[in-house]
Ligand binder design. Structure first.
Ligand SMILES: [Zn+2]
Length: 175
């Protein structure tokens, strides 16, 4: 495991030109919104970002995120430790660019001249990777088998989508 700090803001175009891979870690407690649904904020996010230009010279970013989080099991209401792993690929485009020709499987990341808020991107990706209904593996759960499955609450189902947060990133005066 590497423990280099991950820079909060980066210029993905420069990093892609140099073919940079950023690898490091980030304290879970730095990601306040992510910690909201968690039982505690202890832990470390292992982060890897690969920046490159694809065959069409477009800037692409591949992310690999790993973290262990503690949540409340919705069956037995005891704590459950859940390994969260997330991988995504992003295509960086200019604001207002035509995104029709982008290859499938990429999330579009609109970016003007401002740096990319990498920390916010990590937080958003991990939020989407959290289970909607956290629970133990059935064999490890205190709740006897055959108990009613919990229903996801309305709040959890309607959580934010990545696009609203990307819009928010661009409005952030700190970037
Ligand atoms: Zn349980």
């Amino acid at each position: 495991m590497l423990n280099d700090p991950i820079p909060p803001h980066v210029d993905p175009r420069k990093l892609a030109d140099r073919g940079v891979t950023l690898e490091g870690s980030l304290p879970l407690s730095d990601l306040e919104r992510l910690c909201d649904p968690l039982s505690d904020n202890l832990g470390t996010v292992q982060v890897k970002f690969v920046f490159e230009r694809d065959e069409r010279k477009a800037v692409v970013i591949h992310s690999h995120l790993d973290v262990e989080v503690k949540m409340v099991c919705q069956r037995c209401l005891e704590l459950v430790t859940l390994p969260i792993h997330s991988e995504s690929s992003y295509a960086v485009v200019k604001e207002g660019a035509n995104t029709q020709s982008l290859p499938k499987g990429y999330d579009v990341l609109e970016l003007g001249e401002d740096p990319l808020d990498l920390q916010a991107l990590i937080e958003e990706e991990l939020l989407l990777a959290l289970p909607i209904v956290p629970a133990h593996h059935p064999e490890e759960c205190q709740q006897p088998a055959g108990a009613d499955e919990p229903e996801p609450s309305e709040d959890e189902v309607t959580r934010s989508n990545p696009f609203s947060v990307l819009a928010q990133l661009k409005r952030d005066p700190n970037v």
